[in-house]
Design a protein around this ligand. Structure first.
Ligand code: ARG
Length: 585
């Protein structure tokens, strides 16, 4: 189905054309003044310059040819030349019915036939997920689901950090602590030597320790640099220990992502890009882009007009090892070969903005992607404590993502303590509510901005929260149940009987617009806004009408149909946000 603004744009463009003006002026958008009209077109203002005529005169002419059209209840020209449009009830009912009958609930399938790779999550081997990993995981998951809702073949890749400097440090520290392990012997034989089991607690503790130690222990630092080179050369023993550490990390990370309902199609890591490094270096060399600078091999990526200095991108370090940027460039080669995507999008915190500028420029310059491939990075802000500083544990440490989830779950369970309405397990329901609260609390913000973590506010039943939205869905579930119908068996919407209903209908008709916007702007907040507007319009409609006891059968069944459509739209919007609903609460 087309978006409603696109449909109306067609109608208004035809009206501009029939009045003798350029059809391109007929672009329709959602009204800035919902008190005056539902939609507006500002084309007469632009047309005034083109046709040297007053905008009001043009607007009036266009309105003339729109008047009496079945789409509109009112069409009017407003100074200085706006065209204000209000939908007719009959058109609204038709559009709602069409939406209800559409398997995609009116969301245009504009991604059909295109692929997008979304790189999110970004965990690292041997480092536990901490709260800094939350946003990439949940915003990325939402963008992937939104892409799918639009018909894209969307591929989520976790892009594990597993092949760079940190793993040299980690393995070098293992060697200090366990010098007797066979993997550190020169005659290590993978066929018969066994590496002891990895203790997760020790593993999680090793990297920060080793990283700090390398700062004032040059010998250890040199050892760990050699270890990265060995690892990247897949030296037996070192490589086998790395594989073992990686397995433990992947398992632990998967367990936590599962709690967040975050899932990936590809569990690739930096190490998987390794097979394309040679091709990368050859390509950069053949194009004459790669040159030596202070021993390292680099590519210039600065451009005229840069407002900040963009340093050359390092592709190989002086010891020949690959680093973060190398992996990203080689991974682009891999993704182009595997999926030939139209877009590759990345989600990390905004401190990595410059890194991605360098990588994208280098990829374009080298022709790894062509001009039309969209490489895009969303750099998001931090989740902070009430003081505006990065959120910390009570004793000032970095909070693991797992502890954060446990904390939110516990708070949600406390809230549900006295509820009698929960049919299944209270823990499971609390977890769903907790995650809805956490995700909605995060994603309702503009991604680039920092936001304050406030579990009590997120879990509140009132206001713009995930909890309120889940509650609204349970309310609809219960109405339908009491009426003895299911979402699938709901009747038809036959009319608009009250003002509240009209508001709700318009909010529903606009929901596909928010899906498109959330995707185009990489901003799930558009989905949060839409869900919230729908939920509040629904609450008003529900409050103002006695739906179940309404005596006029036609009205009652139309209202029930509207409830069912509202529930479906809310559920599918929440689904795009990666939020699971609950049957009752
Ligand atoms: N592992 C990285 C980190 O912790 C994030 C990876 C993001 N993705 C990428 N393709 N660079 O910072």
């Amino acid at each position: 189905m087309k978006k409603i603004t696109d449909l109306l744009t067609e109608t208004v463009s035809a009206a501009f054309q029939s009045a003798g003006y350029d059809a391109a002026l007929g672009s329709v958008s959602v009204s800035n003044r919902p008190d005056l009209c539902d939609f507006q077109c500002n084309g007469a203002l632009a047309g005034a310059k083109l046709y040297k005529k007053s905008p009001m005169a043009i607007a009036e002419e266009v309105c003339k040819s729109l008047e009496g059209m079945d789409e509109f209840k009112t069409v009017s020209a407003a100074a200085p030349g706006f065209i204000n449009l209000t939908l007719s009830d009959s058109f609204t009912v038709r559009a709602l019915s069409e939406m209800s009958g559409d398997e995609f609930l009116g969301v245009p399938q504009c991604g059909k036939g295109s692929s997008i790779v979304i790189d999110y999550g970004g965990p690292n081997v041997a480092k536990p997920l901490h709260i800094g990993h939350l946003r990439s995981a949940i915003i990325g998951e939402s963008i992937k689901r939104t892409a799918r809702a639009l018909g894209y073949n969307a591929v989520g890749d976790v892009h594990f950090g597993d092949w760079g400097t940190p793993y040299g440090l980690t393995i070098a520290e293992y060697k200090v602590r366990h010098p007797d392990w066979p993997c550190f012997k020169d005659d290590f034989d993978p066929a018969k030597d066994v590496i002891p089991d990895i203790d997760e607690k020790e593993m999680n503790e090793i990297y920060p320790y080793a990283s700090a130690k390398s700062k004032d222990d040059p010998e250890f630092k040199a050892e760990s640099r050699q270890t990265v080179v060995d690892l990247q050369n897949r030296k037996p023993g070192i490589y086998d220990l790395w594989k073992k550490i990686k397995d433990v990390s992947v398992e632990s990370v998967k367990r936590i992502y599962e709690k967040l309902s975050v899932d990936f199609d590809l569990w690739y890591g930096e190490s998987d890009s390794d097979k394309y490094t040679e091709e990368l270096v050859k390509l950069l060399t053949d194009k004459g882009l790669l040159y030596e600078s202070e021993g390292a091999m680099v590519v210039d990526v600065a451009e005229e007009g840069d407002k900040i200095s963009v340093p050359p991108i390092i592709v190989k370090k002086s010891d020949g090892s690959s680093i973060y940027a190398t992996f990203d460039l080689a991974t682009i080669i891999q993704r182009m070969k595997d999926f030939d995507p139209e877009k590759i999008w990345y989600l990390t915190d905004k401190r990595q903005n410059l890194h991605f500028v360098q990588v994208f420029r280098c990829a374009k310059k080298a022709g790894i992607v062509d001009e039309t491939t969209e490489l895009r990075h969303l750099g998001f802000g931090a989740m902070t404590g009430p003081d505006g500083k990065p959120f910390k544990t009570r004793d000032g440490g970095v909070m693991t993502l797992e502890s954060l989830i446990e904390m939110v779950d516990a708070a949600a369970l406390e809230k549900l303590k006295d509820s009698e309405y929960i049919s299944g397990s209270k823990e499971e329901t609390a977890h769903k509510i907790g995650m809805a609260a956490l995700k909605f609390g995060d994603m309702q913000n503009q991604p680039a901005k920092d936001y304050i973590f406030d579990v009590d506010k997120f879990l509140s039943f009132d206001g713009k929260t995930g909890t309120y939205l889940l509650y609204t869905v349970t309310r609809i579930n219960s109405i339908l149940k009491k009426a003895g119908m299911s979402y699938e068996s709901a009747p038809k919407i036959t009319g608009i009987y009250t003002t509240g209903e009209r508001e709700l209908s318009l909010a529903l008709l606009l929901s596909p617009e928010s899906v498109v916007r959330a995707f185009n702007e990489m901003a799930p907040s558009a989905l949060c806004d839409s869900a919230y507007v729908i939920a509040t319009a629904f609450s008003k409609f529900y409050h103002d009408n006695r739906i179940l006891t309404e005596e006029d059968e036609q009205k009652r069944s139309s209202w029930l149909a509207l409830c069912a459509l509202t529930g479906r739209v809310l559920k599918s919007t929440l689904e795009c946000l990666g939020i699971e609903t609950v049957e009752n609460m």
